[in-house]
Design a protein around this ligand. Structure first.
Ligand code: AMP
Ligand code: MG
Length: 523
């Protein structure tokens, strides 16, 4: 295996927990703990991402080396690795939850590739840490397949995300009570190696704030700016209020951009707690996430959130804003006045509104989004919901609508319920007439409009039932379904002849099946 160059700045520059004793504990005055991955019985490479490996400078030969599965299973370290678990807190479902931390994620180190890019390698499911609280530090195969597939699928969709290098089976069983209903069972264990420039979350800043450790908070902020936002730091030494204000505004901007992408492709994160919000505006912590099939802004895949539906699809832009207000609150001790924080929050709103308008224009194939177009989109969304139409199929088909004489027949594949389709056929026809008139008034040539729509409206998304089918096969020992699905997701905006079934609407059997429409946090 080709060696990687490691430069572990987080561990080197920030204060560590002095204790390396095993066992769960509160860690005060430190931003991380030194830990070791717990070895597993029989690590086996189940899947890997060539694109992600290439980013690190690894090829198939490196990944196929027996040592690779050993390291990615937690049974050995490469020269230069320095495993740690980060200490952070967070607001869970709206409540301050205190210390959380990496309870089953272990950072192996920060590697710097040939292009000078920094990439942190992190094993998820590598065993207990001081932050594991009541849980075992492990992850099950089904959740690991979901994280592996979605990380790479989001990347190919053009959505900011953490990446996944590989999926390793541990050869051990893990006990989980999938729906917390008193039916625990043994499931195969697995580990995903996640890769990102930084895994710092909003919650990393909240914890020192809530503990009144303002010096530690300032140290982390300035470290984050220097390491992860070097274009803001410049030569500033020390980093002053102006730089910190620009940083918060950029975090707000990136967060808005990320959520706008989610809304464009129909992604529901499922657990937008502040410990699951990346400071780089990357989609992070793939748990009970899901994809919109029939369009429904009130839908959430997360059964743990079924009651309040805090993290439902249509609420995500507001939740991200609320999460930013928690981060802003945590940063107040660093600023003489709160003005810069208010300005950062306004930046979120402005960026999101702009990105939303860009989504509307792109999804409808318009050169720009006028105020009336917002209403046109709102009317369409209301219809899609009332008629139970598939979001992905509908918008993709819209590119094929004939502005001369639009017909609802173009959208046949999108409907789940013939009765509901019939009940709304007239309203759709009226909407299509409005849309066609709007398209005719647009300056764009038809071919240009169509091409723009195909770039904004994916043909393939990681439908929940497709991931579940790949998981079912993997649990029976056949990982080919994972590779095939990822291969489809490599080119989500291209029609792929012969792969129509991956673009089909959710089959009836998947409507209420666990894993397909209902997921919990039990991973
Ligand atoms: P999540 O809901 O996945 O964002 O996790 C919330 C917190 O619970 C984080 O601190 C995780 O590290 C921790 N956690 C989740 N699952 C486990 C597990 N199996 N073992 C230890 N800690 C866990
Ligand atoms: Mg988390």
């Amino acid at each position: 295996m080709r060696p990687l160059r490691f430069d572990n700045r987080f561990a080197r520059e920030l204060p560590a927990d002095p204790s390396t004793a095993p066992g769960r504990r509160q860690v005060v005055g430190a931003l991380y703990s030194h830990v070791q991955p717990a070895p597993v019985a029989a690590p086996r490479l189940l899947a890997w991402s060539p694109e992600c490996a290439a980013v690190l400078g690894w090829t198939e030969d490196d990944v196929r080396a027996p040592r690779f599965a050993e390291v990615m299973g937690g049974n050995g370290l490469l020269e230069g690795m320095q495993p740690i678990a980060a200490n952070y807190g967070g607001h869970q479902f709206g409540q301050w939850a205190g210390q959380l931390g990496d309870g089953r994620a272990i950072t192996l180190g920060e590697t710097v590739n040939a292009r000078g890019e920094r990439w942190e390698l992190q094993l998820k499911g590598a065993g207990p840490t001081p932050y594991s609280r009541t849980a075992d530090g492990r992850a099950v195969l089904r959740s690991s397949v979901r994280e592996y597939l979605c990380s790479e699928a989001m990347h190919h969709l053009g959505v900011p995300t953490t990446r996944a290098l590989c999926l390793v089976g541990t050869g051990e069983q893990v006990v989980r009570d999938m729906f917390y209903d008193g039916h625990p069972r043994e499931e195969p264990g697995a580990i995903v190696c996640r890769v990102a420039p930084s895994f710092i979350r909003f919650g990393n800043f909240e914890l020192p704030y809530w503990r009144d450790d303002h010096a530690l908070l300032a140290q982390l902020v300035d470290f984050t700016i220097r390491r992860d936002f070097p274009h803001l730091a410049g030569d500033a030494d020390p980093i002053d209020d102006t730089v910190r204000a620009r940083w918060f505004a950029e975090v707000a901007e990136r967060t808005a951009t990320m959520v706008a992408h989610w809304m464009r492709v129909g992604f529901v994160h499922g657990v937008m707690n502040t410990d699951n919000m990346s400071i780089l505006g990357l989609t992070i912590d793939y748990g009970p996430y899901g994809w919109i099939d029939d369009f429904d802004p009130d839908w959430t895949p997360n059964t743990t959130d079924a009651h309040g539906r805090r993290y439902r699809f249509g609420h995500q832009p507001q939740v991200a804003y609320w999460n930013l207000t928690r981060l802003a609150g945590a940063l107040t001790p660093l600023f003489a006045t709160q003005d810069p924080l208010h300005e950062g929050l306004e930046r979120y709103e402005r960026t999101y509104v702009g990105a939303h308008r860009a989504n509307v224009a792109a999804k409808l194939g318009l050169a720009a989004c006028a105020d009336d177009d917002l209403r046109l989109m709102q009317a369409l969304c209301a219809l899609l919901k009332a008629a139970e139409a598939d979001m992905t199929i509908f918008f993709r088909a819209l590119a094929d609508a004939d502005p001369g004489s639009p017909s609802l027949a173009t959208f046949d594949e999108a409907f789940y319920d013939a009765g509901k389709r019939a009940a709304h056929a007239e309203a759709f026809a009226a909407w299509l007439r409005d849309y066609a008139a709007r398209v005719r008034s647009d300056a764009r040539a038809p071919a240009e409009r169509r091409a723009a729509m195909l770039r904004a409206n994916p043909r393939y998304v990681l439908r929940n039932y497709l991931a579940q089918q790949a998981i079912d096969r993997a649990e029976d020992g056949d990982t080919a379904g994972i590779d095939e699905l990822l291969d489809v997701m490599r080119r989500p905006y291209d029609d792929q002849p012969g792969r129509e079934r991956f673009a089909a609407k959710r089959p009836d059997w998947a409507r209420e099946r666990a894993g397909c429409s209902m997921l919990s946090c039990s991973s």
